[in-house]
Design a protein around this ligand. Sequence first.
Ligand SMILES: Cc1cc2nc3c(=O)[nH]c(=O)nc-3n(C[C@H](O)[C@H](O)[C@H](O)COP(=O)(O)OP(=O)(O)OC[C@H]3O[C@@H](n4cnc5c(N)ncnc54)[C@H](O)[C@@H]3O)c2cc1C
Length: 461
Amino acid sequence: MLLWFRNDIRINDNPALHYFLERHHGSEVGKAVFFVSEKQWQKHDWSPIKIDFIKRHVNALAQQLLSLNIVLQVEYCDDFTDQVAFLKHYCRQHNIDEVVANKELEVNENLRDKACLEQGLKLRLFESDVIVEKGKVLNKTGDMYKVFTPFKRAWLTYVKQQGFSYLGKPVISKSSQVSSELLTPIICSGESNAWPLVSQVEQQVIPTFFQDKVQCYGQERDFPAIKATSGLSPYLAIGAISPRYLLTLMIQRFPDILLAADSDEFVWLNEIIWREFYRHLMFHQEKLSKHQSFNDKYSATVWPNNPQYFRAWCEGRTGYPLVDAAMAQLNQTGWMHNRLRMVVASFLTKHLLIDWRWGEKYFMEKLIDGDLAANNGGWQWAASTGCDAQPYFRVFNPIRQSERFDPDGEFIRKYLPELADLPSKQIHFPHAYIAKENLDVYWPAIVEHKAARLAAIEFYR
Ligand SMILES: Cc1cc2nc3c(=O)[nH]c(=O)nc-3n(C[C@H](O)[C@H](O)[C@H](O)COP(=O)(O)OP(=O)(O)OC[C@H]3O[C@@H](n4cnc5c(N)ncnc54)[C@H](O)[C@@H]3O)c2cc1C
């Protein structure tokens, strides 16, 4: 049997690993594989920081697997076609009758798995990326929900009635004799070093978040200058953390959480359910994996797509400080606060009338937590083309958003040091002040908000 790690780089709550260990005979060294497929990752727009983050976690996983008597072999294959060819050859060579892995959500990954079966490989797949199995939360007509709130209600009912299975960490064998000399670590660029490995996150970040922060999440989560959110998205995106593990911890700490939808801590669980919603949606709607509009009436839209506007947005030169500071955060750190993702996505698709797919791709190329389902869901929400999306006539005012969510300009000052000395009242849209004081510190505004808003509504109509 061969264990194939993909988007599930963990030993905790890993159903494929669990199955493998149950059937694997103790004295024999188990075989596992992980493919480094740079060309395939590029095709999927994965960012260098995400790739580095994956590699660091694979190296750590390989060490952990040794104590389970399993050797993780890292194979360098260009793309999915090469992966299938390698597996076919390897299984034949080593007389392996079954490959076990956890399912992936996206369309190309499914085609690759189909190709494995067509090549005669026996592939056994498990579900590891969601709390409730995809396909289990359906409306009365047996379809996927098109609106989040009824999905959430049905999801909660399902979890309360059926429960969910959390497998925990496998028991480490003291008798493991496998030497770490068998491993050749993947060379990492270190780009993601600011993000600790998941083992540290499990010991420190998660307990602190549940102990001190989750209760204030509802009040503070929209303020980018406050570190009020969990910061777990990179770990969830590469499968280093299991969502079932997080729900298990939540229930241990807040036993009534599933019944208390009005509690402070539920606000955070609600976001985990949004994650589930977008994953279930992508499972049912293959077109989302192919970057098509959820709402068909927008599929023929011809976006103006001004390339200069797009470049200015990418480089944080729009002349709207909150937008530019947010893009600086993305470009410098590989992560962006959720409120700001909504603001910049709205700005790109409504103020600048640029196709949401351009923004979706740029995010994937930069984000450490790039995740097709959440990214696609977020972009289509902001662009009003998505499922349960923002109505087309709602256009975020980037100045008002800045005044509300960064009132003293603390976040803006951090990422736009050229504006650091401006008074708080002026910092949200400083152009009149800059002209009056004769300063030469900032870009002119790329578009005028009121005119851009009206043009967007007209365009969408
Ligand atoms: C335009 C746009 C693009 C986005 N792209 C991504 C992406 O590529 N990858 C990604 O993981 N998230 C994406 N999000 C969702 C969200 O912004 C991030 O998950 C969140 O900012 C991560 O920070 P956190 O871990 O501190 O989240 P917390 O606020 O602590 O939330 C906990 C977890 O819930 C999930 N979550 C939170 N908000 C959302 C949401 N709106 N949709 C789906 N899941 C959510 C994440 O897994 C997150 O780690 C996007 C949102 C928008 C508006």
